[in-house]
Structures are given as C-alpha cells and as structure tokens.
Design a protein around this ligand. Structure first.
Ligand code: GUN
Length: 319
C-alpha cells in the first residue's frame, strides 16, 4: 500500500480540474525531479564526480537564447559544472566541430547540448553526430536512437521531452490505477525528437503503439480507440476534445502561440499558448491530462539535468 507521504505527493501533482480529468502538474513533478538530481549531484560531487554540462548556442535567435539561459541556470541550480558557449552566426562548421571535439575529450564535461536550430549554413546532422554518444544528453545521436529502438534503456540516453512525457504518464497511471502495459497508445506526430522516441518508450513499457501523423487517414477513429494519447504534431488544438476516449490519459507536447484577445500593455495584440489538444473539451472526457503551459514543458529541462547526471555516472561505470 502507498505510504501517506507518497499519497500526499501524488495528490499534490494531480490536481482536480473542476471537470472529469485530473490535471498532471508538470511544474511540480519537474521540481521533484530537479530536487532529486541536485541531491544526487551533491553526493557524487562529494565523491569527486561533479556532473558537467556544456551548452552551445549559435546565433542570436531570441527563443533559443531564452531556452539556453534556462538550461544553464538549471544546471547551476543542480550544482553542476555548467559552461555555455555563445558563438556568432558566422561561426564555421569546422570551428563548431572543433569545439565539439574539445568538449568530447574534456573529462569535466559529461553532457553536451547544441541548441537547435543551427544556422542553415551549418550541417546540423553532421554536428549532432560529432557529439560523443556518451555525452549526448539530448539523445539525438543515431547511436542513442538505436539503443532506444532495441530497448536498451540501461545504456540509451533518451531525448528529454519524451522521457519527461513518460514520467508524467507513469505518475498519472499510478494515480488512476491504470496500466501502461497492454494499453492502446497513440502518438500523434512522427518526429525524430519526440514522436518516434515516445513510441519506442511506450513500446518498451508493453503498450500497443500506433504512430499517427499528418497523412493518417482517420485520426479521429485512431485517437478514439486510445487509452493513452500523446500529441506532438505542433498544430494548435488539432486533436479535438470530443475524440478522446472516456478516461484516457492525455499528454500534450504541443506549445503553440496563437492570437489572444485584446492588446497588451505596449498596445500589441495579445497572444496565448495552447497545446495540440483542445484542452477544454478534453477535460470533460480524459481521466488525466497535462495542461499547456505547465505540463510537458517544464519536464524537458528537468530530464536534461537527469540525463547529464546519468551520463556522469555512466562515465564511471555507475548505473
Ligand atoms: N531546440 C528546441 N528544443 C530543443 C531541444 O530539446 N534540444 C536542442 N538541442 N535544441 C532544441
């Protein structure tokens, strides 16, 4: 039986929505993950192994600058050795590859993250493949994709967004008394970064997995059969709430900015963030659902920290 403390924590991360569905609080769960990572990093540092994360930003994309700053700050908050390289748009691919090589051979660095997108003059795949698979905390290297696809989760570094989504699903399933094993799961979206690795993770948990995408013929019917829906298409509210099966668990990976109502303080038209799922109607049908914002979003950085900690441990043969 669950302890009282565990039950309290569960109640804390799954909030009533005023409708049928429980809200899965990704912010709270990410804080729990970050606190666990920080505690373990402290213990490792005391033993002479301080996890190190290097983040590389190329160019001055404002959104990338915000993401990268958050990643570096989170690494510092976890007690990691944290370095950030801000390289100009004009950096050559050769220079960037040389930077990656230096970080690959730096024993103080256990994780390397190259913020995407890269300028079009740089061959992104070539750069990502130059990162040592052992330091590939984004999980984008084909070696890690391969480990995940053969189900070697002991060794694979798994992309952060699907890893975080899986954690949210596990918490939701535990709270609802539902099983992931044997469940019908649909992943809407087939990207290498989210859709495909998410499908592999669900498969490794013995779900029956369908990958749907923009060319799928009857998305409504596919979603309507699913006990688990992971939406990662990047299209605002494309998954209609009425499609959701009664009691299904819904993880919404989409973060889409759409026009809001009225003007902001500077007189510009307001915008708001919505997911790939029409949230309001879905609340009336789902058993549990992640909100946007405050669902999957905060988990991505938390899992990046967890991956960096893991990479540090794996570098010393610790599991
Ligand atoms: N750009 C947007 N999201 C990501 C991410 O998760 N990793 C990297 N490297 N770049 C991104």
């Amino acid at each position: 039986m669950a302890s009282a403390a565990a039950t309290d924590r569960q109640a804390d991360i799954l909030r009533p929505s005023g409708q049928k569905a429980l809200l899965i609080d990704g912010k709270k769960i990410s804080e729990i993950v970050l606190a666990e990572v920080a505690a373990e990093a402290k213990a490792l540092t005391a033993k002479g192994l301080k996890p190190g994360l290097a983040v590389i930003l190329v160019g001055d994309n404002p959104a990338s600058q915000v993401y990268v700053r958050s990643k570096s700050k989170a690494a510092q908050a976890c007690g990691f050795h944290s370095v950030q390289y801000d390289l100009p748009d004009s950096v050559s691919e050769t220079e960037l590859l040389a930077r990656v090589d230096r970080l690959n051979s730096d024993p103080a660095i256990h994780g390397i993250l190259i913020q995407l997108p890269l300028p079009s003059a740089i061959h992104a795949t070539r750069v990502l493949e130059r990162v040592s698979p052992l330091k590939d905390v984004d999980g984008f290297h084909p070696f890690n994709a391969g480990l995940l696809s053969i189900g070697d989760l002991e060794r694979a570094l798994v992309p952060c967004t699907p890893a975080g989504s899986m954690l949210l699903l596990e918490r939701a399933a535990a709270a609802l008394g539902a099983e992931i094993s044997g469940a019908d799961a649909v992943v809407v979206g087939r990207s290498n970064i989210v859709g495909k690795p998410m499908a592999q993770l669900l498969l490794s948990r013995n779900a029956t997995v369908t990958i749907a995408h923009s060319r799928s013929r009857d998305l409504k019917a596919i979603v309507g059969r699913a006990d688990i829906v992971v939406a990662a298409v990047g299209r605002p509210e494309m998954i209609r709430g009425e499609w959701i099966k009664d009691g299904a668990m819904v993880v919404d990976v989409g973060i889409n900015r759409v026009p809001g109502q009225g003007l902001d303080a500077q007189g510009r038209p307001k915008t708001r963030l919505v997911g790939d799922v029409a949230f309001g109607p879905a609340l009336e049908r789902a058993g549990a659902i992640t909100p946007v914002p405050g669902g999957v979003g905060p988990m991505t950085i938390a899992m990046l920290m967890a991956n960096t900690l893991r990479a540090a441990k794996l570098s010393r043969g610790l599991s």
